[in-house]
Design a protein around this ligand. Structure first.
Ligand SMILES: [Zn+2]
Length: 274
């Protein structure tokens, strides 16, 4: 199901308007996004038919331990991938462009109706549209991070000397790694704390393109519901979240978010066209 072939129904549009009302009257809205949002950008999910790992093979489940054992070798593989999964991921992410869903979420942030956006995606697409309050809980494929002081670096400002691997942190001298949280690696504490504090503060959570079954993201929607907040789900098909969700909007992320932005704009400017 994609935005171009999808037919909006009056019933779904009315539910989207209800969701927009909840967002406009909220004290704080937090969005949580996952792989489903980027499918319309040409990034298949990792698993299942046509999945990245299904096509190219799975990355090692002890990727972080391998990095720590031999950071220079891991860096050579990052710079010149030889393993199928790494080449498949690199080519797919380099070709991907943000879609209408990413742009609508950034617009909601700019309007003050999305204070933080927690993404499980490492594809950089929220970054490319300048998402306000972006929290990349699994890191960013293109960015770098110091394992000692946890500082993150934009690769544009961090030249890599291939003769001196691994690169070291300019501030603390710690080993620098790709920012993506590898299998076996703990979530970096700074981003994890920022996520928990955004979730604590919010009274509406907008979940897009994920059933949020993977820890720690799985905790966030449940925490919002425990605090009496409203959970809005946007997924093309029913998911593990659907039963718990206060409002479940079934459709492709792009088409639903475009309508959601329209209703939020109309409701935040009373008298404007609905
Ligand atoms: Zn450092």
């Amino acid at each position: 199901m994609d935005t171009e072939t999808f037919q909006m129904t009056p019933a779904l549009d009315a539910e989207i308007a209800t969701a927009a009302e909840a967002m406009v009257s909220a004290a704080s809205v937090v969005a949580l996004t996952g792989a489903g949002l980027s499918v319309e950008s040409g990034i298949p999910p990792f698993r299942g038919p046509g999945g990245l790992w299904t096509q190219h093979g799975e990355p090692p489940l002890d990727g972080y331990q391998r990095f720590l054992r031999d950071p220079a070798a891991a860096w050579r593989e990052r710079l010149n991938p030889t393993e199928g999964w790494a080449m498949g991921l690199r080519d797919t992410l380099q070709a991907a462009k943000p879609n209408i869903g990413h742009r609508c979420l950034a617009a909601l942030g700019e309007l003050g109706h999305c204070d933080a956006l927690i993404t499980q995606n490492v594809d950089d697409l929220h970054q490319q549209v300048g998402q306000p309050g972006l929290l990349e809980i699994h890191g960013n494929h293109f960015w770098l991070r110091c394992l000692e002081c946890h500082q993150r670096f934009d690769p544009a400002g961090f030249p890599i000397d291939e003769a001196n691997l691994p690169p070291l942190c300019q501030d603390c001298g710690g080993i620098v790694k790709g920012d993506t949280v590898s299998f076996g690696e703990p979530i970096p504490p700074l981003v994890l704390r920022a996520c928990y504090s955004a979730v604590e503060r919010c009274d509406v959570m907008l979940v897009v393109g994920t059933s949020a079954t993977v820890f720690p993201a799985a905790e966030f929607p449940m925490e919002v519901l425990r605090n009496g907040g409203t959970l809005i789900e946007v997924n093309p098909y029913p998911s593990e979240l659907t039963e718990a969700a206060s409002i479940s909007l079934q459709g492709p992320g792009g088409a639903v978010l475009e309508r959601l932005l329209h209703h939020v704009r109309a409701k935040s400017h009373p008298g404007g066209a609905a």
